[in-house]
Ligand binder design. Structure first.
Ligand SMILES: [Zn+2]
Length: 266
């Protein structure tokens, strides 16, 4: 799956500088560029995605950006903007092309993640055929209005820390929608099952020793519990969380290592 994060504005149709919306010294292009960089970086480093970044140098105007996405090289593109409105307007919203249900899912995933990360209202996924970058391009495309530059929302993204936070949230929203797993280490809970990750990959069909207990991961990577026959031996793997047994033994921990109660050297 190939992704691309684009930066809105930077170069006008006539070739001059297009800052996008402006509030004092703050230009939409400059802020969107940092947010976009953080998003692409996180998708590549944390999620192991194949994600490009376009127009962070302000080299392509809208027409030129649209021209880059006229085939199926990319599966998904997101262009980063800041919204402009009244001095009290607040929140994040993400546009997708009408009837593109994949675009709608990405838009909802991104707006939910940005709203939660920045603590601003979630104005949600919005269908629109107004924006050329989603109307005239081939891959599923969304346009992210991260937050308002015209209001107090600006405080959320005016420094580097806020820009990275917004970019990371956009990446998390995209990754969650695309089903990309993070390069996590340790226990990860997914659909009520526990998995043990090492550098983003769930360990499968193996014993692991952590926190002084042995655990067994099944063929699909799920932590096994209860009686389990592994090879020729039967094992008891605690089937209750630590909070529900008096000894405080963690869920999944191997308590009696075989059905005769002997301690096996694993
Ligand atoms: Zn814009």
């Amino acid at each position: 799956m190939k992704l691309c994060i684009l930066v809105g504005h930077g170069k006008s149709d006539s070739g001059g500088y297009d800052p996008g919306a402006v509030n004092g010294d703050y230009h939409e292009f400059n802020i969107a560029k940092e947010i976009a960089k953080a998003a692409a970086e996180r998708l590549n480093s944390t999620y192991g995605a194949d994600c490009g970044l376009l127009n962070d140098d302000g080299k392509y105007n809208l027409k030129e950006r649209i021209a880059k996405f006229q085939d199926h090289t990319y599966d998904f593109i997101a262009e980063i903007h800041l919204n402009a409105g009244s001095a009290t307007a607040s929140g994040t919203e993400v546009y997708y092309f009408p009837s593109d249900s994949t675009g709608q899912a990405y838009a909802a995933g991104i707006s939910g993640a940005v709203s939660a990360a920045l603590g601003i209202p979630n104005r949600g996924a919005k269908a629109s055929d107004y924006f050329g970058i989603i109307r005239q391009t081939v891959p599923t495309a969304v346009l992210v209005e991260t937050c308002f530059i015209s209001s107090g929302d600006l405080d959320k993204v005016k420094d580097a820390a806020g820009q990275v936070k917004a970019g990371n949230a956009i990446a998390d929203g995209i990754a969650k929608t695309a089903g990309l797993q993070s390069n996590a280490n340790g226990w990860v809970k997914a659909s009520s099952a526990w998995y043990w990750y090492e550098n983003g990959t769930p360990v499968k069909n193996k014993w692991i020793l952590t926190g002084g207990w042995w655990y067994r991961l099944g063929l699909d990577g799920k932590m096994l519990t209860g009686y389990q026959k592994i090879g020729t031996e039967t094992f008891w793997l605690n089937d209750k969380p630590a909070s529900e047994n008096t000894a405080g033994i963690p869920l999944g921990a191997c308590v009696i290592t075989n059905d005769r109660g002997n301690i096996l050297d694993l």
